[in-house]
Design a protein around this ligand. Structure first.
Ligand code: GTP
Ligand code: MG
Length: 199
């Protein structure tokens, strides 16, 4: 039987720079993926209510490995390095790019991918590329718009509408998107509810 989740009871367990370094785990996994700087690590902090569990930075490329955090001894939250960081493009192609795609498409315990999109920018080419790959491999993912505190209400409605329309073409995308701000703690309850359903 599931125990109650204590959100703040979350600790770093594994940091992996290559796929072979990740041990098989006995718990389900939830991944936070997306472009560099989109707010993945900040969202993990917001979900756990632990401001300094994961390091965040204004500089893209802050998270450099797959970081597994065990939440309340029940599930792993996996904070991923970002993709689409131009200065690192070449390296990424053979390093992080491979790590990210292999993890996202080859992990039996991976129950959900939250694919984070900066609400100010909407879906970009790199996002679509990852989405197509996940569609092809039939790995389901859910779009999470981040940093909505930066938008006016009308701008937010526009990006929600546009994104919802665009993901209709993607068979592995959840039809509902989640709208969040880690800074203002908006939408965090929605993500937590999804996580509870995945343990
Ligand atoms: P990488 O690890 O480099 O891929 O980045 P990341 O996706 O983990 O982003 P991170 O959480 O490090 O945040 C990047 C920047 O965005 C930081 O300066 C955060 O303070 C900022 N940020 C994150 N979430 C929010 C938010 O909800 N609102 C606003 N306004 N800024 C945010
Ligand atoms: Mg990060």
């Amino acid at each position: 039987m599931k125990k109650d989740i204590i959100w703040a009871n979350c600790e770093f367990k594994i940091g992996a720079m290559d796929i072979e370094a990740i041990p098989a785990t006995h718990l389900n996994e939830i991944a936070f993926a997306g472009r560099s700087n989109v707010g993945k690590s900040s969202l993990v902090n917001a979900i756990t209510g632990r401001n300094s569990l994961v390091r965040v930075s204004k500089t893209p490329g802050c998270t450099r490995q797959l970081n597994f955090f065990e939440l309340s001894e029940q599930i792993y939250l996996v904070d991923m390095p970002g993709y689409g960081f131009a200065q690192r493009a070449k390296k990424e192609k053979y390093g992080w790019g491979r790590l990210i795609t292999e993890y996202l498409t080859g992990r039996v315990r991976l129950r959900r991918i939250f694919l984070l999109i900066d609400s100010r920018h909407g879906l970009k080419e790199g996002d679509i590329e990852i989405m197509k790959l996940l569609d092809k491999k039939a790995v389901t993912y859910q779009i999470v718009l981040t940093k909505i505190d930066e938008l006016k209400e009308a701008e937010l409605q526009k990006v929600i509408e546009e994104t919802t329309l665009k993901i209709k073409k993607h068979p592995a995308a959840f039809p509902e998107i989640i709208v969040t701000s880690s800074e203002r703690k908006l939408g965090i309850d929605v993500i937590r509810k999804e996580i509870l359903g995945l343990i």
